[in-house]
Each structure stands twice: as structure tokens, then as C-alpha cells.
Design a protein around this ligand. Sequence first.
Ligand SMILES: [Zn+2]
Ligand SMILES: [Zn+2]
Length: 392
Amino acid sequence: MSDVIELKELHDEMRHWRRHLHQYPETAFEERSTSDFLANKLTKFGLEVHRGLGKTGVVAALTAGNGGKKIALRADMDALFIQEQNTFGHKSRHDGIMHACGHDGHSTMLLGAAKYLAKNRNFNGTVYFIFQPAEEGRAGAQAMINDGLFDRFPAEAVFGMHNFPDIAAGHFAVKPGPMMAAFDCFEIVLKGQATHAAMPHLGNDVIVAAAQLINNLQTIVSRTVNPADAAVVSITQIHAGNTWNAIPDSVLIRGTYRCFNSAVQTLIADRIKQIVDATCAAFAMTADVVFNPENPGYPVTFNTDAETALALKTAAAVAGEDSVLTTPTPSMGSEDFAFMLREKPGCYVWIGNGSSENSCLLHNPHYDFNDDILVIGAAYWIKLVELTLTEE
Ligand SMILES: [Zn+2]
Ligand SMILES: [Zn+2]
């Protein structure tokens, strides 16, 4: 592929960009210098740049030929509140913040593709390059949509990519249907009556009720959800009491649930409310239940058939058919690209970050994006544009 040869000449430049972004990570909706960096480069390459969607989001438009087809390609820009433990030269210079999910690499691959496509314009139609803020738990994709993303940039389909450490470097994995789970959080405050630990009959013990409630909640997946549907409910926090000899008046319980379809998502939420109410009734207590108290939940990341077929064809063209996994196990993790896929048909692929001894998982303080996959990642975007925006 001639693109790959030309892109190899871009490799040094992309590595430089990626390491720059890695050194100056910014978290959700704070991606100011990151978006400045990207917007300046995109403007220089000759794209039409729009800013401020979802606060720090950037959209760059590029049109070639006279075709009316339009597609959107999306990368994420944000980093995590993790103290980097790497010692190499390009380690984070921002205390307590690091690119531990590879979004520095995602932005770089899309920027490399933008540079190449702006120069060669070997397609017929319009490409929207979306650089979104706040993928990590803060729903930056939804914030861009709320700011009119797809009204102002009416793409017919949208495509996303994430690196995956457990897949060989430069290999791809993609399938139609669910790729990543829906994600929701919940918070329960159970209210009883405080009393001396030696005289439980004079109060109403929330600790015992909480223990029952947690066990009851664990029956949702095992007894209510269809065994053929994957789902998980996890209690992740319990806070109550502060001494040895007094029973407190309340317990705070927090948790999360994940699944692969919206009907199961609704079923789990309904069952949580029913089980809380019934357990409270059994113990003559009250409770408040709040879903997603701090941030919105994420929907299922769901790939549509036609766009997945295109992604598979593209991945095979750039990596070779043997390097494309077509039946990956969907992840119970979540991805806010799901919000874009709820608006438009599209496809989300994984690109292997390498599964060598030295590679580690996402969100690990020793993680680093693999610069060796920058070229193949950018080539995927370019090939996808070439295959989608053809002569009419
Ligand atoms: Zn992440
Ligand atoms: Zn990520």
C-alpha cells in the first residue's frame, strides 16, 4: 500500500507528537493545551477547524472532490488521575496525571491521517475528524452531541478506535453487535435507628439489613437475568459507623452494573429498586436509591453490520487478513463512543498495542502507548476514508 510507505515518512513526526502529548496530559474537559496543539496542526494542514464543542472538543472538516458522502472519525484526548511510574524521557510532567489509556496515541493516529489526507485528497466527499474530551467517565461524547455535533457535522456514519494491550501489535479486533458493555452506578442510603451495641432491640440495625441487602442484590444476575445474557452487578463501597459499641443510623452502599443490552440494563435498575424496597420493608427501614449520582451512565457500544463489514475490509487491507480477529470477546468495560453510536451507524475497533512481557494493561501506572503502531493505525483511518468515500 503506497499510503503506508508515505506514512512511514510521517512516523518520526507522529512519534514526536505522541510523546509531546504524553508529557503534557490533561483530564476531562481540561484538555486546553491538547486541543490547542491539535487545532493548530489541523489548521496548518489546511483543514477547517471548529472548536468549543463539549468545552474543549475539536472538529476538523476536510472535503475532496464533489461527492456528497460524509463520515466522521473520532479520537479521544483526555488522560487519567494516575501518578505515572515510568522513568523514560517522555514521562508525564503533570503530577498525578498520565495518559494511561493511550488517548495520546489515538489523537496522534487521527492527526497523522488528517495530515496525509489533506495533502493527498484521494477521496470523494467529506471527512469530519472529531477529537473529543472526557472519555474517561465524564461522557465527553455526549457533551459534544449536546453542542450540536451531528447537526453541524452531519456524518452518515461514525468510526472509533481504541488500543488494546492484550492483542498483538498492529493487529485488529472487531465484530458486529456489542463490543463494550453499558455502564451504570448506583448509590443506596439505608436508614435505620441508632442504638447502643449492647441493646439492639432499642434501635433498628442498618448493618444487619445492609448485609441482607447486598446478598439479595447478588441474586439479580444469578436469578433474574437470562443466563444467556452477560451481566455483572458489583457492590464496591460500604460506609457506616465509627466505633465499636454503637450501631449507626445509616449505611451508604455504592456499586456498578454492566451488561450488553438496554433491556437488561432496565431490568437490573428495576430489580435494584424492588429489592431495596422489599428489604427495607422486611426490616422496617427506609432507603434512598440514586442512579448515576455523579456522571451519566454509558450505553452499550454497539457496532452496526454494514459499517463493521467496512471496518473488517479496511483492517484486512492494512494489516493482512491473518491479523484481524473477527470474533473478539466483548469487554465488560465501557466506552463513551457508545453515545455517538446511539446517534449514527458506525463501528468501533480495537488495535493491538502489543502483548509482549513488557506491555501492561490500560489504566496501569507503567502503561505506555506503543509508537510502533502509529503508522498502521493512521493507515487504517486513511484506508477507511478511501474505501468509504469513493467516486459516485
Ligand atoms: Zn480508559
Ligand atoms: Zn481509553
